[in-house]
Design a protein around this ligand. Structure first.
Ligand code: SAM
Length: 213
């Protein structure tokens, strides 16, 4: 997702109290940002933030961090956030390629990947967020009992992810090719913006949960 460049979005982001800057200095110290020791869940590629903001509303006992690469998209999440009273969510603007510079070993308890960009060309496979290269990065920041949860309607990307989990030495804890008709896996499901759009067009939603236990 890349929106038209919005004039001034960088300035708004630079001064927003909901966006954390100097992120490399926060490595190993994210609990001080929230002022408590609650578990930290992150969404990589949060888009306009619908999913992670709703998670934060429903789970005040968890700290959430939404990561997004593009200012124009992050701006939309900030606008939503500004209408809400809560203290358990912050945003970061960054390319997740550098995620290990920002979070320390065992600092994160859960990683959400939702409707990640497919990067269809083979030579770009390592840019896909559920690729083995990214699982190696997630391995460096996730607690031993932490999980990665990935949802998409893109069957090719999902099948790629199923293979990459195993190639990266992780385990498939659960998966389904039709989340919305899987009673167990759909329990408590929060729809992302893309999930609403593609499921309303009749596309089945695929989901996997990966861990290292
Ligand atoms: N997760 C949202 C949803 O399900 O509605 C948005 C999905 S959108 C297709 C993917 C988002 O991930 C885009 O906003 C894109 O800018 C962001 N993204 C892709 N690669 C990224 C990366 N390496 N680091 C941070 N954000 C990334």
């Amino acid at each position: 997702m890349r929106l038209r460049n919005i004039k001034g979005s960088r300035d708004i982001i630079a001064t927003s109290p909901y966006v954390i800057h100097d992120i490399e200095e926060k490595k190993g110290k994210w609990n001080t940002v929230f002022g408590n020791d609650h578990p930290i869940y992150i969404e990589v590629g949060m888009g306009k933030g619908q999913f992670i903001i709703e998670q934060a509303i429903q789970h005040p006992e968890i700290n959430f961090i939404g990561i997004e690469k593009y200012s124009s998209v992050l701006l939309r999440a900030i606008e939503k956030r500004e209408t809400l009273e809560m203290d358990n969510i912050f945003f970061i603007r960054m390319d997740a390629e550098h995620i290990t510079d920002v979070f320390d070993q065992d600092e994160v308890s859960r990683i959400y990947l939702n409707f990640s960009d497919p990067w269809p060309k083979d030579r770009h496979a390592k840019r896909r967020l559920p690729s083995r290269q990214f699982f190696d990065r997630y391995n460096k920041i996730l607690k031993p009992d932490g999980v990665v949860e990935f949802k998409t309607d893109n069957k090719g990307l999902f099948e790629f992810a199923l293979e990459e989990v195993v190639e990266a030495g992780w385990d498939l804890k659960a998966y389904t090719f039709d989340l919305h008709h899987d009673e167990n896996m759909c329990k408590g499901n929060i729809m992302t913006e893309y999930e609403e759009k593609f499921s309303s067009m009749g596309n089945p939603i695929h989901k996997l949960i990966a861990d290292r236990e």
